[in-house]
Design a protein around this ligand. Structure first.
Ligand code: FAD
Length: 493
């Protein structure tokens, strides 16, 4: 506990996390703070993290970032969801979209109406009632003048950090290029007092934000905050990342294709495609992973594949003493649902809300930690769901995922959905009911029962209502331009 006022903020690291933090603090609290960011060109950044969720849009709006400038500078595209291929079984495909599915009532969610229709032998696919999902499927996109479309972006990670830097520096952020060699602490409190750079320079601060990536230079190497390993639930621990030339128009979704020991991502940008293979090295060695990636890649590769190791889990304390960890320094659940950049944006917004101007006490750190803990746990459960509910027949990895123990919180959700198609969005849950339902059904979790609220509706009216909803969506989607066409037009205007 230290009740000295907090004015000097030092951000260690200039990857996506560092520059998001710098941009947000400068824009939202700038006049109250003195912000310095130190990054090392020699060490560089992780260079992946290119698929986002709609939080990115909200966050940009909060900061007053111009969407077209962002799209042009970062060569981004629009994203409506993720196409999952071969997950529950080889040959399966489903989209988890950002959209709302149908209309729910106080008695129950829309999917109960759809399950009723399906039982009666009509009603089509659940996705027929979701605008964003249909647009993604048709590879179309538009931002309607009236109405709403829920979307996110695919972005170039390197360009994004540079874009945020160009946004943050004019607002008063001081950037220093250099390598942190040691961290100085107060002899009694253990609070970090300064970062010592290889150049000899000392950066003193009141609050330090650790954005040094997996190293966790301050939070772990200095303060030893501890790491909770979730590898027993999320066994993937390696990725091979590569960039390729585009082979066709950019599609408005990320592709996540399962393979024998993990999955492959494809993220279409304006100028290239981000590709990578995520795998568990206990089930697939690096050479075989490389061969698998090579056999699946579409388009000419632009760089040599880079090997990245990671460990799923979370920092036991993301705020310890006067250090707050953001980004990979704070923990990591693998990139399947593109949640890491979201977590950075939420964490820095939270820090702005809880900012300890008058001094750092245990209470504020405890509150920050409690909120961060529950939020990443819910995301963890959602990710495990994709792996655990599989009926793939290629053994090893997938058998392990299907038969492994899962967290009680997830087991409870699976049981409730299996019994009565019951799904919910818990407090602090990023994923809405629609997301849980899309993935549970996509992973072939068949509910035994559903709510019979559909039977309370006068005969024929449910059919009419669902029919109108479906055809309305289909009509709107048919009038939308192709995603690439919209992007070209939007950016030229
Ligand atoms: P880094 O990019 O590693 O940055 C660390 C910074 O610290 C660098 O600037 C470095 O120079 C600096 N630094 C380190 N040590 C020192 C030192 N001693 N002195 C000075 N500076 C130092 N997230 C998503 O939201 N969507 C995705 O699609 C996605 N895909 C991913 C795929 C993979 C395989 C992985 C591993 C992650 C993915 N992520 C994704 C996560 C995402 O990449 C990160 O959350 C994001 O890039 C933030 O990284 P970072 O800034 O914390 O770390």
């Amino acid at each position: 506990m230290d009740q000295a006022p907090v004015r000097r903020v030092v951000i260690a690291g200039g990857g996506t996390a560092g520059w998001i933090a710098a941009a947000a603090l400068a824009k939202l609290l700038g006049p109250l703070l003195e912000i310095t960011l130190v990054e090392s060109d020699e060490i560089g950044t992780i260079g992946v993290g290119e698929s986002t969720i709609p939080t990115a849009r909200t966050f940009h709006q909060l900061l007053g970032i111009d969407e077209k400038a962002f799209l042009r500078e970062t060569l981004s595209t629009f994203k409506l969801g993720i196409l999952f291929e071969d997950w529950a079984k080889q040959g399966d495909r489903y989209i988890h979209s950002f959209g709302q599915i149908g209309k729910s009532t106080w008695m129950g969610d829309f999917h109960h109406f759809w399950l009723e229709a399906r039982e009666e032998g009509w009603g089509g696919e659940l996705g027929d009632y979701c605008f964003e999902l249909q647009a993604a499927k048709a590879e179309r996109f538009a931002i309607p003048e009236q109405g709403h479309i829920n979307y996110a972006y695919h972005l170039d990670a390197g360009r994004y950090a540079r874009f945020l830097r160009a946004f943050a520096e004019p607002q008063g952020v001081t950037r220093i290029e250099g390598k942190i060699e040691s961290v100085e602490q107060h002899p009694e409190t253990g609070f970090v007092t300064a970062l010592k750079l290889a150049s000899g320079e000392r950066l003193e601060g009141d609050l330090f934000i650790d954005c040094t990536g997996f190293r966790g230079l301050l939070i772990e190497q200095t303060l030893h905050a501890g790491y909770e390993d979730w590898g027993h639930w999320l066994p993937t621990d390696s990725a091979l990342a590569v960039q390729t030339e585009s082979v066709g128009p950019a599609v408005p979704y990320t592709r996540a294709t399962a393979h024998e020991a993990g999955w492959q991502w494809r993220i279409p940008l304006q100028h290239r495609v981000g590709n990578g293979l995520v795998y568990a090295k206990d089930f697939l060695d690096d050479d075989k992973a490389r061969a698998l990636l090579d056999s699946r890649i579409e388009g000419k590769t632009l760089i040599e594949p880079r090997l990245i190791r990671f460990k799923a889990g979370r920092r036991k304390k993301v705020w310890d003493k006067n250090v707050v960890a953001l980004g990979l320094a704070s923990g990591f659940v693998e990139p399947l649902e593109s949640t890491s950049i979201h977590l950075i944006m939420i964490a820095i917004t939270r820090l702005v809300q809880l900012f300890p101007f008058g001094g750092i006490g245990d209470g504020v750190a405890a509150r920050f930690n409690a909120l961060s803990h529950v939020e990443i746990e819910r995301i963890r459960d959602f990710i495990i769901l994709h792996y655990h509910l599989n009926q793939r027949n290629d053994g090893g990895f997938w058998d392990h995922c299907r038969t492994m123990e899962i967290p009680d919180s997830l087991a409870e959700r699976i049981a409730a959905f299996r019994d009565g198609a019951i799904a919910w969005q818990a407090s602090d849950d990023l994923f809405r009911v629609d997301s849980w339902v899309q993935v549970m059904l996509g992973q072939r979790l068949e509910p035994r029962n559903h709510h019979h609220m559909g039977r309370m509706i006068v005969e024929g009216e449910l059919q009419t209502a669902l029919g109108e909803l479906k055809s309305g969506i289909a009509r709107t989607v048919a009038q939308m331009p192709g995603h690439q066409q919209f992007l070209d037009r939007y950016l030229a205007a």
